[in-house]
Design a protein around this ligand. Structure first.
Ligand code: NDP
Length: 447
């Protein structure tokens, strides 16, 4: 059978098995065609049916999470952990708390995590988990009780050499702290069981900033390759959470002006550049909505809807909110806006139509697997520090992060040139990420 036919058959079989897992099918459909040229040179993988095996998570755990709200009512949510692939190391990937969470979303995230983690060159497998719990408008005590109940079940399935979760949407330092505390009560003080821990107890300096900084470093190296830089560039950012805030911080540090950020209701346009101290205060300290920003900043305007519908000249777009935020129509607006580089701080923020348009129009496109790998890379560095019982300086972590992002950019670039076409960094990321995982799986007897 031709490799292309094999790949198409694999996608069809998957769609028949999981017809309702839209996001997972999308992530796979984006991935599979990219690895065809690689498989054509390596028929041993096709002979061993590696693709169908890699698409099946090693293990999926679903559990109930009962918890009591402040009014004394008992509530229940669903908890999940998808342990997707351990060919390169213990499962590693974040926990997401958001009402939209379901198995399809976690399988898409876990699947992408395998190849992202492989790209970092660090010894980590791929996994993802979370809950359909909505942390918005919950009191601190409710968040704590939920995290404790969630971990009471999850603790049976994780460990420093087995599975090491971290944060994602709705899970930051506060939640990781509560989760860690409960793990400690149930098992033992094992600092290596979670990453993204607060700095007071074995967290790594630079982890909070890592995903946002990493995405900007990815673009920095891409620009340097073209004798260009962030200096004077106008940047559009979506989201106003962990990834967005630190992408804005690093872009500003490198001389760019970030003029937008958003949440799920609307977006801010600040012509003078986002005031980061104010944004951090609103989002990280006061935990309020973005509408507060315009009340305190006269140069800013607030609009309801998606920031990607905003028509404004810009050079670089950094989507840092959530999956499928940019569809084909919004990508057309980006093209009209004059955007030349799109780098994804979020996971799969661009639909397949959007990505197609980026490539057609020659937009330099860093897919999430590559561009947002900085977060998990520094999580792996946190694991190293925990094992050594040492804490590295912020400068040390940051310079390692920069080096890792440079390496990821160059790997994507060189792999694209070898197997796909010049500047198709997304294809490069898929192939390079897959190459290592597939080789390890084969060597381990396809387990
Ligand atoms: P946060 O919870 O800190 O922030 C999420 C931001 O995205 C908020 O501004 C939120 O707005 C917005 N958002 C969430 N859902 C939607 C939606 N459906 N529509 C529009 N906006 C939405 O999460 P992170 O910053 O950690 O994560 C952002 C993205 O980055 C995700 O795709 C995540 O998977 C990815 N990522 C995160 C990493 C990390 O280290 N944290 C690592 C790698 C990738 P609102 O407050 O209104 O919900």
């Amino acid at each position: 059978m031709e490799v292309r036919e094999y790949v198409e058959q694999v996608q069809k079989n998957l769609a028949a098995k999981d017809p309702n897992q839209e996001e997972f099918l999308q992530a796979v459909e984006e991935f599979l065609p990219a690895v065809i040229p690689f498989l054509e040179e390596h028929p041993e993988y096709v002979e061993k049916n590696i693709l169908e095996i890699i698409l099946e998570p090693e293990r999926m755990i679903q559990f109930r999470v009962p918890w009591q709200d402040d009014a004394g009512n008992w509530q229940v949510n669903r908890g999940y952990r998808v342990q997707f692939n351990s060919a390169l190391g213990p499962y590693k990937g974040g926990l997401r708390f958001h009402p939209s969470v379901n198995l399809s979303i976690l399988k898409f995230l876990g699947f992408e995590q395998i190849f992202k983690n492989s790209l970092t060159d660090l010894p980590i497998g791929g996994g993802k988990g979370g809950s359909d719990f909505d942390p918005k408008k919950k009191s601190d005590s409710e968040i704590m009780r939920f995290c404790q109940s969630f971990m009471t079940e999850l603790a049976k399935h994780i460990g420093p050499n087995l599975d090491v979760p971290a944060g994602d949407i709705g899970v930051g330092g506060r939640e990781i702290g509560y989760l860690f505390g409960q793990y400690k009560r149930l098992r033992e003080y094992d600092m290596g069981v979670l990453t993204g821990k607060p700095l007071g107890f074995n967290g790594s300096l630079g982890r909070t900033e890592a995903t946002g900084y990493g995405a900007v470093y990815f673009v920095k190296h891409l620009l340097e390759d073209r004798e260009d830089s962030f200096e004077g560039k106008k940047v559009l950012v979506s989201g106003s959470g962990n990834v967005a805030i630190y992408a804005i911080e690093k872009a500003h540090e490198l001389g760019a002006r970030v003029i937008t950020c958003s949440d799920s209701n609307g977006y801010i346009y600040d012509e003078e550049g986002i005031d980061l101290d104010l944004l951090k205060d609103i989002k990280e300290v006061r935990r309020e909505r973005l509408t507060e920003y315009v009340k305190e900043r006269s140069s800013a305007e607030y609009y309801e809807g998606s920031v990607w519908e905003f028509e404004i000249d810009a050079d670089i777009a950094l989507p840092c909110a959530t999956q499928n935020e940019i569809d084909g129509k919004k990508a057309e607006i980006l093209v009209k806006n004059g955007v030349k580089v799109v780098a994804e701080g979020a996971n799969m923020p661009s639909t397949m139509d959007a990505v197609k348009l980026y490539l057609e129009k020659g937009i330099l496109y860093g897919s999430g697997k590559a561009a947002n790998a900085g977060g998990v890379a520094v999580s792996a560095l946190e694991m190293s520090q925990n094992s050594q019982r040492l804490a590295w300086t912020k400068e040390e972590v940051d310079s390692k992060l920069d080096g890792i992002m440079k390496n990821i950019y160059e790997t994507c670039r060189d792999t694209a040139e070898k197997y796909a076409e010049k500047d198709n960094f997304a294809a490069g990321a898929n192939i390079a990420g897959f190459e290592k995982v597939a080789a390890a799986m084969l060597a381990q007897g396809l387990v």
